[in-house]
Design a protein around this ligand. Structure first.
Ligand code: AGP
Length: 618
């Protein structure tokens, strides 16, 4: 996600802005920029860079002081990684400048409307429509003899934006004013002795103040160096409350969580909302994947999909296999990328390779794509990092839009990948005979998923922590699942291995009687994923098989299933949903179980030994 900083007051806005921006670098970014009012030259100056925040200091005449500045670190979503796409973005005359975090869903329509009115755009971003829209509104207000103020125009512009935004806005003709607006993207006001500092999160401002005013969705704050007004979504001036932050800067980076892994698990409801946002048309049972528009006809005529990925992304791909076969009726093969590229795959007419990667830099996955492209095969991607190697080398794709995943252990990326694969299954399925009713049902259930994940996080965490403590002596675990949750068993085992360094094996539950069950005894517990789905009875049988051999069982069950409370030693409950979507819910307790197991063992949870966040070597 992007980092936003704004400052207005008697202090040195450039120095304060850049200092605060440096503290947001932990969020991950690919470009940065600043805009500030140069009183001597009576204009707004801006600078952008791909070389890191520090580089901005070198391009700015350090002697310049300014009363107002806005700064930004960009995590690319719309538009590749380039200086021209870096924020802040200005209007036609370089007077109104905006830095933005979030996604303007209706930017294409706005850009078309503004272009028709003579506005010229220089970037590929959704953000750039905001300063031009404000410019157009001010021009209209002046022409009608209306209120020419920046605040009035911004409020009107915000009413025309659809999607998520955290915005800071400045204007050469109103250098005494800084405007901040929030809708689904966090933004707070820091109250300092010299003025106000606006930021995406508290990390940025703690060196300057621990006094904050939190903005709510729909709020617009009008700041001057000496005062503030906050208007709510109904345009009413509202009371504000000043809070004191007790966190250290280190704690603030993690949003108050002890580790990025836990923070990212708790981000999953929002991450899922961002991954799904603007991509479903529930009333028509359709998925809208704009990144695939150029290859839509080739996808319509696809005869087979070959999914390639590594690690956690591979497990997401295995879930995608079942989704696409059941809901789109298309044959699917899934391979770990490191096998795919060396096994001389035989391609046929109508093949499509689907690469899944959070980082977009995994060498084996990139290698698999090159192998396929050499053979002329269409390659599409599901990637989080915009502008990454895999994003650029695939012919088309879908971005996850979940912001950077800092912890080595992939959590929010996995659930977002599974959600996007469900979107993909509807997208392909509705081209191939999936009924309107089925498309609507999947769309409706998918839209509920973020809240269902939030419900698990609200109700199960303490119990999961207790169970991790109960099994802290266990040296081996078996994770068992079937069908859609076989891959969840694999993923749950991987989480425990890579964070707690405990041996864990993910096994298809139907396979244990072909050998693995020989390992079960009182010291070899099994985690059994047994939601109320089409294989529930089989999984209940698996639990009985394990218990009959003195094996202890931790079950993942559907809320209300009292039978499993009796049958298993411990149970984590998840809400009911479509079978194809249960992996998104079932994996949450397993992510938390691994996290607490790692914490109990005193490991470096975010940076496990021997591991890298992105495996860019083969
Ligand atoms: C996940 O917890 C692991 N860190 C690892 O398996 C990871 O999923 C794998 O390396 C693939 O990474 P990618 O999604 O960035 O391609």
């Amino acid at each position: 996600m992007c980092g936003i900083v704004g400052y207005i007051g008697k202090g040195d806005a450039v120095a304060i802005g850049l200092d605060c921006l440096k503290r947001l670098e932990y969020r991950g970014y690919d470009s940065a920029g600043i805009a500030f009012f140069d009183a001597e030259e009576n204009r707004v100056r801006s600078a952008k860079t791909l070389k890191g925040v520090a580089d901005l200091g070198r391009v700015i005449d350090e002697k310049k002081t300014s009363p107002v500045a806005i700064c930004h670190t960009r995590w690319a979503t719309h538009g590749g990684v380039s200086e021209i796409n870096a924020h802040p973005h200005g209007d036609c005359h370089g007077e109104i400048w905006v830095a933005h975090n979030g996604i303007i869903e209706n930017y294409k329509e706005l850009k078309k409307w503004l272009t028709a009115r003579g506005h010229t755009f220089v970037s590929e971003t959704d953000t750039e429509v905001v300063p031009h829209l404000i410019e157009e509104i001010i021009k209209g207000n002046k022409a009608r003899g209306g209120n020419p103020s920046l605040a009035h125009a911004v409020r009107e512009a915000l009413g025309q934006l659809k999607g998520a935004y955290g915005l800071v806005i400045m204007d050469k003709t109103h250098p005494e004013t800084l405007i901040a607006a929030r809708n689904f993207s966090p933004l707070l006001l820091g109250v300092t002795d010299s003025g106000y500092v606006v930021a995406s999160d508290a990390t940025a401002i703690l060196k300057h103040t621990n006094r904050v005013i939190y903005l709510d969705d729909g709020d617009m704050a009008v700041l001057t160096g000496t005062g503030h007004e906050v208007y709510d979504v109904g345009k009413n001036l509202r009371e504000t409350t000043e809070h004191t932050i007790e966190w250290s800067p280190e704690e603030a980076e993690k949003g108050g969580y002890p580790h990025f892994m836990l923070k990212e698990i708790f981000e999953e409801p929002d991450a899922l909302k961002n991954a799904i946002r603007g991509r479903l048309v529930p009333q028509e049972g359709l998925a809208k994947l704009g990144g695939l528009a150029d290859v839509e006809e080739r996808l319509r005529n696809a005869k087979r999909i070959l999914i390639v990925a590594c690690g956690t992304a591979y497990y997401a791909g295995k879930i995608g296999e079942y989704m696409l076969e059941e809901y789109a009726g298309i044959p699917v093969e899934v391979d770990v990328a490191s096998e795919f590229r060396y096994r001389k795959p035989v391609f046929q007419e109508g093949d499509v390779v689907l690469a899944i990667s959070q980082s977009g830099e995994t060498a084996d996955t990139a290698g698999a794509i090159r192998e396929a492209k050499e053979k002329g095969v269409l390659c599409v991607g599901i990637v989080n990092a915009v502008g990454s190697t895999i994003a650029r080398e695939t012919d088309a794709g879908v971005y996850a839009h979940i912001g950077p995943e800092i912890s080595v252990a992939s959590t929010k990326a996995f659930t977002a990948q599974v959600a996007i694969l469900a979107l993909f299954a509807v997208y392909i399925g509705r081209m191939r005979g999936m009924s309107l009713a089925t498309g609507k049902r999947v769309a409706e259930e998918l839209q509920k998923i973020p809240e269902l994940v939030a419900h698990i996080l609200e109700t199960q965490v303490e119990h999961i922590k207790e169970v991790a403590e109960k099994y802290r002596e266990a040296k081996n675990f078996m994770f068992l699942g079937r069908k859609y949750n076989y891959a969840v068993a694999l993923e749950g085992a991987l989480k425990l291995k890579e964070t707690a360094y405990v041996h864990a094996e993910g096994i298809s539950a139907g396979e244990i009687k072909h050998g693995p069950i020989a390992m079960i005894d009182k010291d070899f517990p099994a985690v059994v994923i047994a939601p109320k789905d089409s294989v529930y009875e089989k999984m209940a049988g698996t639990i009985a098989e394990v218990r009959a051999r003195e094996g202890r069982v931790i079950a993942i069950a559907t809320e209300g299933d009292e039978a499993l409370r009796e049958a298993a030693d411990d149970v984590f409950y998840i809400p009911k949903t479509l079978e194809m979507l249960t992996p998104i819910l079932a994996v949450i307790p397993l992510q938390l179980f691994a996290y607490y197991a790692a914490v109990l063992r005193g490991h470096n949870v975010d940076r496990p030994r021997n591991l890298a966040k992105s495996v860019t070597v083969e």
